[in-house]
Design a protein around this ligand. Structure first.
Ligand code: DGL
Length: 277
């Protein structure tokens, strides 16, 4: 095998604060079926959405160090909060391609809006970082961005209340002000929100386009791997493990959740001591 082939056969590292990034992994599996994935979910230290920039950056750095021990060829920061707080620093520290979920989502929203009013729903940390509005306005200063933190959506998704009157009620409360200002495009700026896409869509009404950064990120990853000559052009042979999962705690719970959203059945997730990295 040539050196180039060996490089292209390496996995992509994907990480998140926990299970949410599986929505991004799922899109990568769909759109890039030849790529192997090493996924890390920081289940011991979730949530990131209520933590400080310094803490999220420290955790993200440890995860990147761990992923590099797995010989990954590129890294996807599948967590919006980690993309908001840590991606700029990580980009300066690693010598392989690394992308987050914020820019792909923001770019898609700019393309989608017709009336120049974009809403962003995300964790408290992502909203207070101001990253979505900053990035959108750097690219188009005529767009108005309204951001809203929706912290209860994460536990509702993790409790499996995807289609439930409680989730409908909370969605109506959170989204009312976005409806009032007449946004026509809404970014699902947190890994968990695609799981309650129908509730959010129903609440916002048909005229509002929902942007899923997970989908957009997988598209950009495909382009990035292609442009940097790192794309794998064949499905790994029999006996090669296509996807590997690591967590920092509660592997059984992770596995159960993963199997409820991935079509690929995951047999195991390995617990590692992430703070040693
Ligand atoms: N993964 C986080 C995000 O996308 C949501 C969960 C958390 O707060 O850690 O922002």
């Amino acid at each position: 095998m040539s050196e180039r082939e060996e490089l292209c056969n390496r996995p992509v590292g994907v990480f998140d604060s926990g299970v949410g990034g599986l929505t991004v992994a799922r899109e990568i599996m769909r759109q890039l079926p030849n790529e192997r994935i090493v996924y890390f979910g920081d289940t011991a230290r979730v949530p990131y959405g209520s933590k400080s920039r310094d803490t999220v950056t420290k955790y993200s750095r440890q995860i990147v160090r761990f992923l590099q021990t797995q010989d990954v060829k590129a890294i996807v920061v599948a967590c919006n909060t980690a993309s908001a707080y840590a991606l700029d620093e990580l980009e300066n520290e690693v010598d392989i391609p690394i992308i987050g979920v914020v820019k792909p989502g923001a770019r898609a929203a700019i393309e989608a809006t017709r009336n120049g009013k974009i809403g962003v729903i995300a964790t408290e940390a992502t909203v207070s970082s101001g990253i979505y509005s900053r990035y959108i306005n750097e690219n188009d200063k005529n767009v108005t961005v309204l951001s809203k933190a929706c912290p209860l959506f994460v536990p509702l998704v993790e409790e499996g209340l995807w289609e439930d009157p409680v989730t409908d009620e909370i969605a109506e409360r959170y989204l009312a002000e976005l409806i009032d200002v007449g946004i026509d495009t809404l970014i699902l700026g947190c890994t968990h929100y695609p799981m309650i896409r129908s509730t959010i869509g129903r609440t916002m009404g048909e005229s509002v386009t929902l942007v899923n950064p997970a989908y957009e990120t997988a598209r950009e990853l495909k382009q990035l791997l292609h442009d940097s000559g790192l794309e794998s052009d064949h499905r790994p042979g029999l006996g090669t493990e296509l996807y590997r999962f690591f967590v920092s705690d509660a592997a059984d719970k992770f596995q159960k959740f993963a199997n409820s959203i991935l079509t690929y059945g995951i047999l195991s997730a390995k617990v590692i001591a992430i703070d040693e990295y």
